[in-house]
Ligand binder design. Sequence first.
Ligand code: DAH
Length: 354
Amino acid sequence: MPFLGGFLSTALDSPLRQGCSCPPPMLELIAETELQALAALQGATNADDLERWRTAWLGMNGRLKDLMQQLKGVPKDVKPEVGKRLNALKSTLESAWETRKQAVPAEEVTGIDLTEPGLPMGEGRRHILSRTIDEILDVFGQMGFAVADGPEIEDEWHNFTALNIPEGHPARDATDNFYMGDQGGVKRLLRTQTSTVQIRAMESTPPPLKVVAVGRVYRPDTHDATHFSMFHQVEGLCVDRDLSMRDLKAAVLHFAHAYFGEDAEVRMRPSFFPFTEPSAEVDMKMRIREQWQWVEIGGCGMVDPNVLSAVDIDPTQWRGFAFGLGVERIAMRRYGISDIRWLFENDARFLRQF
Ligand code: DAH
């Protein structure tokens, strides 16, 4: 450290010392302070040490400040020189601190001890709904269904009109839909059912066709244990020359066996949907905590001739069957989840269980 030696010798030999009666002589004190401070700085090997050093020597109540205060008592004739030396000491210490900061390895400045064992990393996993969707698609894939897709923001044609839901039908009520205003004269809304994908699939692919779609649907329901304003449906559609309810039931039963096990059963109850005729509700009998229970999981039916006509498929030549199942219902029943809201809260304590 050449600068230190130079300053020290100057300070000790200075003629200013002679005749300066202040005990202890200020220049000597300044030189000593510099020596001590720089020695202490060499001992600083991490960010904490460096900060402690800065507070002790350069801080508001540090040693340098203390020396500065003593300047008041220095005789007038040596005051300018002592003042100059104090300023020099200040910049020496400041730049030594800066230099030291660079020299201390970065990981030590940030306080990271590389020898410490790491923190445990939480292991991520796929959401239970994503897994359920994949499993369902897998089963239908094995049954020869191709995956189809459609937008979540739909127009009235795909969500209602083509599905045989005419103007003025209560299903179109503003209170039952999330309307999004007009776009180019077309009224848009968040789709309320994945049956929209039936229309899109038939518009883009000539029959025969066999498709399955999974996606989100939206309804302005008040949230409670069994209702949420967004949920998922699986939609299946098959169009061919000679289809009947028997084929529909075979498809749904096959799914039930593959997904819930060979013991699962399927029951169809007569119902009504505008886009199928005849229509039925689908129940599946599944084992829930060692108990067999019938669970309603969706709707199905033979595609209404009006729907086929809407997409220019000749209903005298072609027939279709369709079904729509609730994904949350399936997952909740299968895993014993009693509140749909838990599926969307992203609480790791809940998600970790599956
Ligand atoms: N889209 C109906 C709903 O959201 C469910 C449904 C019923 C879908 C019958 C179908 C079907 O494909 O054939 O309630």
